[in-house]
Write a protein that binds this ligand. Structure first.
Ligand code: NAD
Length: 250
């Protein structure tokens, strides 16, 4: 229980990687605020954690809204009085389209949630962390924060942006005792990536792009996230860590 006494928040905590991360942080002893645009999912997840003896609360927030982030921080401060760990995980996929075919509206939506949402998160989390003894921010990027992929221009640009923003935040706030790192999951079996959303054949194709010949699980991403969030990672900042079953090695 190396996160005992810490207060953590996770965005997009209603499903997939965010949910697994919130559950692991809580199991390791942190008080966790689960946030999502879908209130029902975080309400249910929070109630389960509390029933199992953990400390948790939920807050409905659309991460593409600065006001929502500000309101969430007021909630966290009133409820727990401090913030030590923030996981900026909420994100959406983009439509499968060639770059020149992407509409301005679709481009903007993906950038607003996947990139600006992370910036708004850091913008409100950093001052809150500075009020106590610093903290650790983990941004969920993607392997597509490092390499390209057919038909996903806005998603790829947003995730490359998250990796750059991670470096910028780490440099600007190292002296405030705030560490900022990014994680690059390979294809992970979640609400975003499954047979229903993508088709069976596409999933089989994706499996072959990973050296381990399978997709990852949300728990495998959560494990790295919990490590980077903890004091065990005290000399780690400004970096990008893949959890990708060997995708980038191929
Ligand atoms: P998911 O769809 O299972 O979960 C995403 C959660 O974010 C959902 O609960 C959804 O309601 C929430 N959300 C969506 N828009 C939001 C908004 N505007 N404000 C607040 N919450 C919002 O997906 P996931 O696969 O767990 O994705 C989590 C993160 O991991 C995303 O940033 C995604 O890009 C990234 N990622 C996923 C994969 C993958 O293969 N699944 C790979 C690399 C990176």
């Amino acid at each position: 229980n190396n996160l005992e006494g810490k207060v953590a928040m996770v965005t997009g905590a209603g499903s997939g990687i965010g949910l697994a991360t919130a559950q692991l942080l809580a199991r390791r002893g942190a008080s966790v605020v689960l946030s999502d645009i879908d209130q029902e999912s975080v309400k249910k997840a929070t109630e389960e954690l509390i029933q199992n003896g953990m400390t948790a609360a939920y807050f409905k927030a659309d991460t593409s809204s600065l006001e929502a982030h500000e309101a969430m921080m007021v909630f966290i401060m009133e409820k727990f009085g401090r913030l030590d760990i923030a996981v900026n995980n909420a994100g959406i996929g983009s439509k499968f389209e060639k770059t020149a075919e992407v509409s301005a509206q679709d481009w903007q939506k993906v950038i607003d949630i996947n990139l600006t949402g992370v910036f708004y998160g850091m913008k409100t989390q950093i001052p809150a962390m500075m009020k106590s003894s610093g903290g650790s921010i983990v941004n969920i990027a993607s392997i597509l924060g490092q390499v390209g992929f057919l038909g996903a221009a806005a998603y790829i640009a947003s995730k490359h942006g998250v990796v750059g923003l991670t470096k910028a935040g780490a440099l600007d706030h190292a002296s405030d005792k705030i560490r900022v790192n990014a994680i690059g999951p390979g294809f992970i079996y979640t609400g975003l990536v499954n047979e229903e959303t993508m088709g069976k054949e596409a999933i089989t194709d994706l499996e072959q792009k990973h050296a381990l010949h399978r997709l990852g699980t949300p728990e495998e991403v959560a494990a790295l996230c919990a490590f980077l969030a903890s004091d065990e990672a005290s000399f780690i900042t400004g970096s990008y860590y893949p959890v990708d079953g060997g995708y980038l090695a191929m």
